[in-house]
Design a protein around this ligand. Structure first.
Ligand SMILES: C[S@@+](CC[C@H](N)C(=O)[O-])C[C@H]1O[C@@H](n2cnc3c(N)ncnc32)[C@H](O)[C@@H]1O
Length: 258
């Protein structure tokens, strides 16, 4: 069962929908969307960590649509004024981002952390095949409870992970703690959109990008779990990144930079 965080006054009774392919026969209650006008209510994903069949589905999505999903973020990070340094990726998934960065930035040593052993195995295999396995350390861990000391990294970044967090400020605090004074934190994620835009994006993903049924489920769950601008600002205000700047990224995502 997905966990609803905030009920909006415009929300109408929920409907049930059977979602079989995330490994269970469970019935999940999803918001009835037709009559909701503003942003949909925030609903956390049932399992924030990805397992085998989702790893393949996610990997396929970012391989086919890297230009849309991951490449813009890699380009943004590549432009940072950091030629040598220790870099931490929180929630690395199948390692596409650290592999691209390691290829572009020979002076970076990257720690790629994820809570999913399946994602890490895929990342490790691909990093070796790309010839950058020596400079990427794949680490199993929790982005809200990092096993690193204070100020160990020059750059800490995260992409499409914050929406997994019940309390985003905890991840903000951990990112701030392990970044050295004068270092940089960059966190990008999906923005939870108004209902009509969400429905358009789902339509586009299904009929234009041709996402599979599982990819559609993962995308819809991620969008429903994402934060609005107001929620990001409120979480930042409560955290050690209270001075960070938050901005829109192509109307679909937000970026926190500190
Ligand atoms: C949508 S994927 C994003 C992967 C990658 N950053 C990218 O943009 O391609 C989210 C990843 O966050 C991981 N994750 C979720 N909660 C986590 C946590 N608390 N600590 C570490 N990783 C987490 C999941 O296992 C998954 O691999």
């Amino acid at each position: 069962m997905r966990k609803r965080l905030n009920d909006e006054p415009t929300t109408v009774p929920t409907t049930t929908r059977r979602l079989g392919s995330r490994g269970t026969e469970e019935l999940r209650r999803l918001p009835e969307v037709r009559r909701v006008r503003g942003p949909r209510p925030r609903v956390l994903e049932s399992s924030p960590v990805h397992f085998t069949e989702e790893v393949a589905a996610y990997d396929d999505m970012i391989r086919r649509y890297a230009w849309l999903l991951n490449k813009p973020f890699v380009e943004m990070l590549s432009k940072l004024n950091l030629e040598r340094g220790r870099v931490l990726d929180l929630g690395t998934g199948p390692g596409w981002i650290p592999i691209e960065l390691a290829k572009r930035k020979p002076g970076w040593e990257i720690w790629a952390l994820d809570a999913s052993a399946d994602m890490l195995a895929e990342g490790e295999r691909r990093a070796r095949a790309a010839g950058v396995g020596e400079r990427i350390h794949f680490v199993e861990g929790d982005a809200t409870k990092l096993g690193f000391g204070a100020g160990e990294f020059d750059l800490v970044y995260s992409h499409f992970v914050l929406h997994h967090m019940d309390r985003p400020e905890v991840m903000f605090n951990e990112a701030a703690r392990v970044t050295r004074g004068g270092g940089k934190v960059v966190i990008k994620d999906l923005l939870r959109q108004p209902n009509l835009k969400t429905r358009f994006l789902l339509w586009f993903s299904k009929y234009v990008l041709r996402y599979s049924e599982l990819q559609m489920q993962m995308y819809e769950e991620s969008m429903d779990a994402a934060l609005t601008f107001a929620e990001v600002r409120e979480a930042l205000r409560r955290s050690k990144l209270c001075m960070a700047k938050v901005s829109a990224f192509r109307g679909l995502d937000f970026v926190v930079e500190s």
